[in-house]
Design a protein around this ligand. Structure first.
Ligand SMILES: Cc1ncc(COP(=O)(O)O)c(C=O)c1O
Length: 384
Protein backbone atom coordinates (compact mmCIF):
# COMPACT_ATOMS: atom_id res chain seq x y z
CA UNK A 1 0.00 0.00 0.00
CA UNK A 2 1.35 3.44 -0.88
CA UNK A 3 -0.23 6.55 0.57
CA UNK A 4 0.36 8.96 -2.29
CA UNK A 5 0.69 12.71 -1.75
CA UNK A 6 -0.88 13.66 -5.07
CA UNK A 7 -0.46 17.44 -4.89
CA UNK A 8 3.34 17.39 -4.95
CA UNK A 9 5.27 18.70 -7.97
CA UNK A 10 7.04 15.52 -9.11
CA UNK A 11 10.54 16.71 -8.19
CA UNK A 12 11.59 13.39 -6.67
CA UNK A 13 11.72 9.92 -8.21
CA UNK A 14 9.59 8.03 -5.67
CA UNK A 15 10.65 4.67 -4.30
CA UNK A 16 7.21 3.10 -4.22
CA UNK A 17 6.70 2.61 -0.48
CA UNK A 18 5.23 4.77 2.29
CA UNK A 19 7.40 4.85 5.41
CA UNK A 20 5.24 5.44 8.43
CA UNK A 21 7.22 4.41 11.54
CA UNK A 22 10.77 4.03 12.76
CA UNK A 23 12.55 2.58 15.77
CA UNK A 24 16.30 2.30 16.27
CA UNK A 25 17.88 0.89 13.10
CA UNK A 26 14.54 -0.02 11.49
CA UNK A 27 11.75 1.62 9.48
CA UNK A 28 8.31 0.19 8.69
CA UNK A 29 6.12 0.78 5.65
CA UNK A 30 2.34 1.09 5.50
CA UNK A 31 2.01 -2.70 4.97
CA UNK A 32 3.95 -3.39 8.16
CA UNK A 33 7.09 -4.46 6.28
CA UNK A 34 10.35 -3.81 8.14
CA UNK A 35 13.47 -2.27 6.55
CA UNK A 36 17.00 -2.04 7.92
CA UNK A 37 18.07 1.60 7.63
CA UNK A 38 21.36 2.07 5.74
CA UNK A 39 20.62 5.70 4.82
CA UNK A 40 19.52 7.61 7.99
CA UNK A 41 17.14 9.67 5.85
CA UNK A 42 20.05 11.07 3.80
CA UNK A 43 22.38 11.25 6.76
CA UNK A 44 19.91 12.87 9.17
CA UNK A 45 18.94 10.23 11.74
CA UNK A 46 22.39 9.65 13.18
CA UNK A 47 20.89 8.19 16.38
CA UNK A 48 18.36 6.10 14.45
CA UNK A 49 14.61 6.50 14.92
CA UNK A 50 12.62 7.26 18.09
CA UNK A 51 15.81 7.75 20.09
CA UNK A 52 14.77 7.94 23.76
CA UNK A 53 16.93 10.97 24.70
CA UNK A 54 15.81 13.01 21.69
CA UNK A 55 12.15 11.96 22.04
CA UNK A 56 12.09 12.89 25.68
CA UNK A 57 13.79 16.29 25.09
CA UNK A 58 11.29 17.06 22.30
CA UNK A 59 8.29 15.95 24.39
CA UNK A 60 9.36 18.13 27.32
CA UNK A 61 9.97 21.14 25.08
CA UNK A 62 6.70 20.53 23.20
CA UNK A 63 4.80 21.14 26.42
CA UNK A 64 6.80 24.28 27.28
CA UNK A 65 7.28 26.36 24.12
CA UNK A 66 7.62 25.39 20.47
CA UNK A 67 8.24 28.75 18.86
CA UNK A 68 10.25 31.75 20.00
CA UNK A 69 11.58 34.47 17.71
CA UNK A 70 15.27 35.24 18.02
CA UNK A 71 14.56 38.78 19.19
CA UNK A 72 13.89 37.07 22.53
CA UNK A 73 16.28 34.93 24.58
CA UNK A 74 15.25 31.33 25.12
CA UNK A 75 16.54 28.66 27.51
CA UNK A 76 16.44 25.76 24.99
CA UNK A 77 18.49 27.87 22.57
CA UNK A 78 21.01 28.83 25.24
CA UNK A 79 21.62 25.24 26.30
CA UNK A 80 21.89 24.08 22.68
CA UNK A 81 24.55 26.73 22.04
CA UNK A 82 26.51 25.68 25.09
CA UNK A 83 26.37 21.99 24.12
CA UNK A 84 27.44 22.69 20.54
CA UNK A 85 30.24 25.19 21.12
CA UNK A 86 31.81 22.85 23.71
CA UNK A 87 32.31 20.32 20.91
CA UNK A 88 33.76 22.74 18.35
CA UNK A 89 37.24 24.25 17.95
CA UNK A 90 37.62 27.12 20.45
CA UNK A 91 38.11 29.61 17.58
CA UNK A 92 34.51 29.08 16.42
CA UNK A 93 32.61 31.17 18.89
CA UNK A 94 29.45 32.54 17.28
CA UNK A 95 26.60 30.97 15.37
CA UNK A 96 23.61 31.79 13.26
CA UNK A 97 20.58 29.48 12.99
CA UNK A 98 19.04 28.00 9.86
CA UNK A 99 16.40 25.39 9.07
CA UNK A 100 18.34 23.33 6.52
CA UNK A 101 21.76 22.64 5.07
CA UNK A 102 21.24 24.93 2.08
CA UNK A 103 20.24 27.80 4.34
CA UNK A 104 23.36 27.34 6.44
CA UNK A 105 25.37 27.67 3.21
CA UNK A 106 23.43 30.79 2.16
CA UNK A 107 24.40 32.39 5.47
CA UNK A 108 28.03 31.29 5.07
CA UNK A 109 28.28 32.98 1.64
CA UNK A 110 26.66 36.15 2.97
CA UNK A 111 28.88 36.24 6.06
CA UNK A 112 32.03 35.69 3.96
CA UNK A 113 31.07 38.58 1.69
CA UNK A 114 30.28 40.84 4.63
CA UNK A 115 33.49 39.96 6.46
CA UNK A 116 35.88 40.28 3.50
CA UNK A 117 34.13 42.77 1.24
CA UNK A 118 35.01 40.35 -1.58
CA UNK A 119 32.55 38.66 -3.90
CA UNK A 120 34.37 35.61 -5.29
CA UNK A 121 33.80 32.20 -3.73
CA UNK A 122 35.74 29.20 -4.97
CA UNK A 123 34.10 25.81 -4.61
CA UNK A 124 34.91 22.37 -6.00
CA UNK A 125 33.69 20.42 -9.00
CA UNK A 126 31.40 17.55 -7.96
CA UNK A 127 30.65 19.49 -4.75
CA UNK A 128 27.08 19.60 -3.40
CA UNK A 129 25.87 22.36 -1.09
CA UNK A 130 22.11 22.53 -1.61
CA UNK A 131 19.61 23.97 -4.05
CA UNK A 132 18.60 27.46 -2.99
CA UNK A 133 20.06 30.01 -5.39
CA UNK A 134 23.18 30.86 -3.35
CA UNK A 135 23.88 27.24 -2.37
CA UNK A 136 23.21 26.14 -5.95
CA UNK A 137 25.75 28.67 -7.20
CA UNK A 138 28.51 26.86 -5.29
CA UNK A 139 27.05 23.41 -6.08
CA UNK A 140 28.55 21.83 -9.17
CA UNK A 141 26.81 20.00 -12.01
CA UNK A 142 24.60 20.98 -14.93
CA UNK A 143 21.62 18.87 -13.85
CA UNK A 144 20.88 21.02 -10.83
CA UNK A 145 22.12 24.35 -12.20
CA UNK A 146 21.12 24.75 -15.86
CA UNK A 147 17.36 25.37 -15.47
CA UNK A 148 18.02 28.22 -13.05
CA UNK A 149 20.89 30.17 -14.60
CA UNK A 150 22.16 32.82 -14.29
CA UNK A 151 23.20 31.99 -10.73
CA UNK A 152 25.09 34.11 -8.22
CA UNK A 153 28.00 36.00 -9.80
CA UNK A 154 31.50 35.32 -8.50
CA UNK A 155 31.14 31.59 -7.80
CA UNK A 156 33.78 29.39 -9.45
CA UNK A 157 34.70 25.72 -9.34
CA UNK A 158 38.08 24.03 -9.35
CA UNK A 159 38.79 20.26 -9.25
CA UNK A 160 38.49 18.78 -5.75
CA UNK A 161 41.60 17.49 -4.01
CA UNK A 162 43.80 19.56 -6.34
CA UNK A 163 45.85 22.13 -4.46
CA UNK A 164 47.61 23.40 -7.60
CA UNK A 165 44.29 24.13 -9.32
CA UNK A 166 43.14 26.12 -6.30
CA UNK A 167 46.40 28.03 -6.04
CA UNK A 168 46.03 29.33 -9.60
CA UNK A 169 42.65 31.00 -8.93
CA UNK A 170 42.59 31.87 -5.23
CA UNK A 171 44.15 35.36 -5.50
CA UNK A 172 41.50 37.97 -4.77
CA UNK A 173 38.87 35.44 -3.67
CA UNK A 174 36.87 36.12 -0.51
CA UNK A 175 36.35 32.48 0.41
CA UNK A 176 36.97 28.86 -0.45
CA UNK A 177 34.01 26.58 0.27
CA UNK A 178 34.50 22.80 0.43
CA UNK A 179 33.20 19.54 1.87
CA UNK A 180 35.93 17.74 3.88
CA UNK A 181 34.73 14.55 2.12
CA UNK A 182 32.45 14.93 -0.90
CA UNK A 183 29.20 13.14 -0.04
CA UNK A 184 26.59 13.47 -2.79
CA UNK A 185 29.33 13.06 -5.39
CA UNK A 186 29.93 9.52 -4.11
CA UNK A 187 32.02 9.76 -0.92
CA UNK A 188 35.36 11.04 -2.23
CA UNK A 189 37.95 11.25 0.53
CA UNK A 190 40.73 13.72 -0.38
CA UNK A 191 44.46 13.22 0.25
CA UNK A 192 45.38 13.47 3.95
CA UNK A 193 47.16 16.82 3.51
CA UNK A 194 44.55 18.46 1.23
CA UNK A 195 42.62 20.49 3.82
CA UNK A 196 45.83 21.65 5.52
CA UNK A 197 47.14 22.89 2.17
CA UNK A 198 43.82 24.64 1.43
CA UNK A 199 43.93 26.30 4.87
CA UNK A 200 47.47 27.54 4.17
CA UNK A 201 46.49 28.92 0.75
CA UNK A 202 43.51 30.73 2.31
CA UNK A 203 45.77 32.29 4.95
CA UNK A 204 48.35 33.38 2.36
CA UNK A 205 45.69 34.96 0.14
CA UNK A 206 43.39 36.56 2.71
CA UNK A 207 40.50 34.22 1.85
CA UNK A 208 38.17 32.66 4.43
CA UNK A 209 37.84 28.88 4.60
CA UNK A 210 34.22 27.72 4.73
CA UNK A 211 33.81 24.02 5.50
CA UNK A 212 30.51 22.40 4.63
CA UNK A 213 30.17 19.64 7.23
CA UNK A 214 26.42 19.30 6.65
CA UNK A 215 26.89 15.61 5.78
CA UNK A 216 30.30 14.81 7.33
CA UNK A 217 29.68 16.51 10.69
CA UNK A 218 28.06 15.22 13.89
CA UNK A 219 30.24 12.12 14.09
CA UNK A 220 29.47 10.63 10.67
CA UNK A 221 33.16 10.00 9.90
CA UNK A 222 34.20 8.94 13.43
CA UNK A 223 35.05 12.35 14.92
CA UNK A 224 32.59 15.12 15.80
CA UNK A 225 33.79 17.06 12.73
CA UNK A 226 35.53 15.34 9.82
CA UNK A 227 37.95 18.29 9.59
CA UNK A 228 39.28 17.44 13.07
CA UNK A 229 41.08 14.50 11.49
CA UNK A 230 43.32 16.91 9.55
CA UNK A 231 43.49 19.43 12.39
CA UNK A 232 41.96 22.05 10.07
CA UNK A 233 39.90 24.83 11.60
CA UNK A 234 37.66 26.78 9.22
CA UNK A 235 36.63 30.42 9.59
CA UNK A 236 33.05 29.42 8.86
CA UNK A 237 31.48 26.00 9.50
CA UNK A 238 28.13 24.73 8.22
CA UNK A 239 26.28 21.95 10.05
CA UNK A 240 22.81 20.52 9.50
CA UNK A 241 21.41 17.03 8.66
CA UNK A 242 22.24 15.05 11.85
CA UNK A 243 22.39 18.03 14.18
CA UNK A 244 18.89 17.50 15.64
CA UNK A 245 18.43 13.84 14.62
CA UNK A 246 15.59 14.67 12.24
CA UNK A 247 14.15 18.00 13.28
CA UNK A 248 14.88 20.64 10.62
CA UNK A 249 17.90 22.61 11.73
CA UNK A 250 21.13 24.08 10.44
CA UNK A 251 23.80 26.30 11.91
CA UNK A 252 26.54 28.49 10.48
CA UNK A 253 29.31 28.87 13.03
CA UNK A 254 31.94 31.59 12.61
CA UNK A 255 35.11 32.85 14.28
CA UNK A 256 35.00 35.94 16.47
CA UNK A 257 36.81 37.94 13.75
CA UNK A 258 34.15 37.04 11.16
CA UNK A 259 31.30 37.64 13.64
CA UNK A 260 32.54 41.14 14.38
CA UNK A 261 32.18 42.08 10.71
CA UNK A 262 28.61 40.84 10.18
CA UNK A 263 26.25 43.83 10.41
CA UNK A 264 23.41 43.49 12.93
CA UNK A 265 20.11 42.76 11.18
CA UNK A 266 21.81 41.55 7.99
CA UNK A 267 20.50 37.98 8.22
CA UNK A 268 17.63 36.12 9.87
CA UNK A 269 14.75 33.69 9.58
CA UNK A 270 11.44 33.42 11.44
CA UNK A 271 11.67 29.73 12.35
CA UNK A 272 15.44 29.45 12.78
CA UNK A 273 16.59 28.70 16.32
CA UNK A 274 13.24 27.09 17.04
CA UNK A 275 13.18 25.81 20.65
CA UNK A 276 11.88 22.37 19.64
CA UNK A 277 14.76 21.91 17.19
CA UNK A 278 17.19 23.28 19.78
CA UNK A 279 15.98 20.81 22.42
CA UNK A 280 16.39 17.95 19.92
CA UNK A 281 19.78 19.37 18.93
CA UNK A 282 21.10 19.49 22.50
CA UNK A 283 19.94 15.93 23.19
CA UNK A 284 21.52 14.76 19.93
CA UNK A 285 24.86 16.45 20.58
CA UNK A 286 24.98 15.01 24.10
CA UNK A 287 24.26 11.54 22.69
CA UNK A 288 27.22 11.74 20.28
CA UNK A 289 29.56 10.51 23.01
CA UNK A 290 33.21 9.46 22.73
CA UNK A 291 32.00 5.83 22.96
CA UNK A 292 29.65 6.32 20.02
CA UNK A 293 32.44 7.93 17.97
CA UNK A 294 34.81 5.10 18.84
CA UNK A 295 32.15 2.66 17.60
CA UNK A 296 31.80 4.61 14.34
CA UNK A 297 35.56 4.44 13.78
CA UNK A 298 35.88 0.72 14.58
CA UNK A 299 32.69 -0.45 12.87
CA UNK A 300 33.28 1.92 9.97
CA UNK A 301 36.72 0.59 9.03
CA UNK A 302 35.55 -3.01 9.53
CA UNK A 303 32.50 -2.30 7.35
CA UNK A 304 34.60 -0.84 4.51
CA UNK A 305 36.91 -3.90 4.69
CA UNK A 306 33.87 -6.19 4.61
CA UNK A 307 32.45 -4.32 1.57
CA UNK A 308 35.82 -4.63 -0.16
CA UNK A 309 35.67 -8.40 0.31
CA UNK A 310 32.48 -8.70 -1.74
CA UNK A 311 33.47 -10.47 -4.92
CA UNK A 312 31.27 -8.94 -7.59
CA UNK A 313 32.38 -7.95 -11.08
CA UNK A 314 29.86 -5.07 -10.96
CA UNK A 315 31.85 -3.31 -8.20
CA UNK A 316 34.32 -0.71 -9.40
CA UNK A 317 35.49 0.74 -6.08
CA UNK A 318 34.62 0.86 -2.38
CA UNK A 319 35.30 4.10 -0.50
CA UNK A 320 34.56 5.33 3.00
CA UNK A 321 35.45 6.97 6.26
CA UNK A 322 33.61 6.11 9.47
CA UNK A 323 30.00 5.30 8.56
CA UNK A 324 30.05 7.33 5.34
CA UNK A 325 30.61 4.66 2.72
CA UNK A 326 30.12 4.16 -0.99
CA UNK A 327 30.23 1.29 -3.43
CA UNK A 328 30.79 2.52 -6.97
CA UNK A 329 29.43 0.22 -9.67
CA UNK A 330 30.25 -0.32 -13.32
CA UNK A 331 26.54 0.04 -14.05
CA UNK A 332 23.49 2.17 -13.15
CA UNK A 333 22.62 2.01 -9.48
CA UNK A 334 18.79 2.00 -9.59
CA UNK A 335 18.28 -1.79 -10.07
CA UNK A 336 20.56 -2.50 -7.11
CA UNK A 337 18.78 0.04 -4.89
CA UNK A 338 15.48 -1.56 -5.85
CA UNK A 339 16.74 -5.05 -5.15
CA UNK A 340 18.10 -3.98 -1.75
CA UNK A 341 14.73 -2.42 -0.90
CA UNK A 342 12.92 -5.62 -1.88
CA UNK A 343 15.34 -7.48 0.40
CA UNK A 344 14.53 -5.11 3.28
CA UNK A 345 17.52 -2.73 3.22
CA UNK A 346 17.20 0.99 2.41
CA UNK A 347 20.30 2.58 0.87
CA UNK A 348 20.97 5.71 -1.18
CA UNK A 349 22.33 6.59 -4.58
CA UNK A 350 25.16 9.06 -5.10
CA UNK A 351 25.39 10.10 -8.72
CA UNK A 352 24.13 7.51 -11.17
CA UNK A 353 26.49 4.63 -10.42
CA UNK A 354 27.21 4.65 -6.71
CA UNK A 355 25.43 3.14 -3.71
CA UNK A 356 25.86 5.37 -0.67
CA UNK A 357 25.61 3.80 2.77
CA UNK A 358 24.96 6.21 5.63
CA UNK A 359 23.56 3.98 8.38
CA UNK A 360 22.65 5.52 11.74
CA UNK A 361 25.78 5.86 13.91
CA UNK A 362 24.16 3.60 16.52
CA UNK A 363 24.51 0.64 14.10
CA UNK A 364 25.93 -2.49 15.68
CA UNK A 365 28.26 -4.79 13.79
CA UNK A 366 25.42 -7.29 13.20
CA UNK A 367 23.41 -4.59 11.37
CA UNK A 368 26.37 -3.66 9.19
CA UNK A 369 27.05 -7.31 8.44
CA UNK A 370 23.44 -7.75 7.33
CA UNK A 371 23.75 -4.70 5.05
CA UNK A 372 26.96 -6.07 3.49
CA UNK A 373 25.53 -9.61 3.11
CA UNK A 374 22.34 -8.28 1.51
CA UNK A 375 24.39 -6.13 -0.86
CA UNK A 376 26.49 -9.17 -1.82
CA UNK A 377 23.34 -11.25 -2.50
CA UNK A 378 21.71 -8.48 -4.54
CA UNK A 379 24.88 -7.97 -6.59
CA UNK A 380 25.23 -11.70 -7.18
CA UNK A 381 21.68 -11.85 -8.52
CA UNK A 382 22.14 -8.77 -10.72
CA UNK A 383 25.35 -10.21 -12.21
CA UNK A 384 23.54 -13.36 -13.42
C1 LIG B 1 27.37 18.60 2.00
C2 LIG B 1 25.98 19.12 1.89
N1 LIG B 1 25.75 20.42 1.99
C3 LIG B 1 24.52 20.95 1.91
C4 LIG B 1 23.43 20.13 1.70
C5 LIG B 1 22.05 20.73 1.58
O1 LIG B 1 21.29 20.40 2.68
P1 LIG B 1 19.68 20.52 2.61
O2 LIG B 1 19.21 19.44 1.70
O3 LIG B 1 19.25 20.34 4.03
O4 LIG B 1 19.36 21.88 2.09
C6 LIG B 1 23.61 18.75 1.59
C7 LIG B 1 22.47 17.86 1.36
O5 LIG B 1 22.59 16.75 0.95
C8 LIG B 1 24.93 18.22 1.68
O6 LIG B 1 25.16 16.92 1.57
Amino acid sequence: MTIEATAEIPLYAKRGISLIRGEGMYLWDADGRRYLDAMSNYGVNILGHSHPAVDSAVETQLKRLISCHQSFYNDARASFEQALTERLPAALTRLSYANSGAESIEAAIKFARAATGKQRVIAATRGYHGRTIGALSVTSGDKHRLPFEPLLAGCEHVPYDDVDALSTVIRGAGAVLLEPIQGEAGVFVPAAEYLTAVRRLCNENGALLILDEVQTGMGRTGTFLASEQQGTIPDILCLSKGIANGLPMGVTVVSTEVAERIPAGSHGSTFAGNPLACAAGRATIESVTEDLLEGVRTNGSRFVQRLKQIEAPLIREVRGRGLMCAVELRTRVTPLLKSLQERGVLALPAGGRTIRLLPPLIAEWSHLETIADTLADALAELSQ
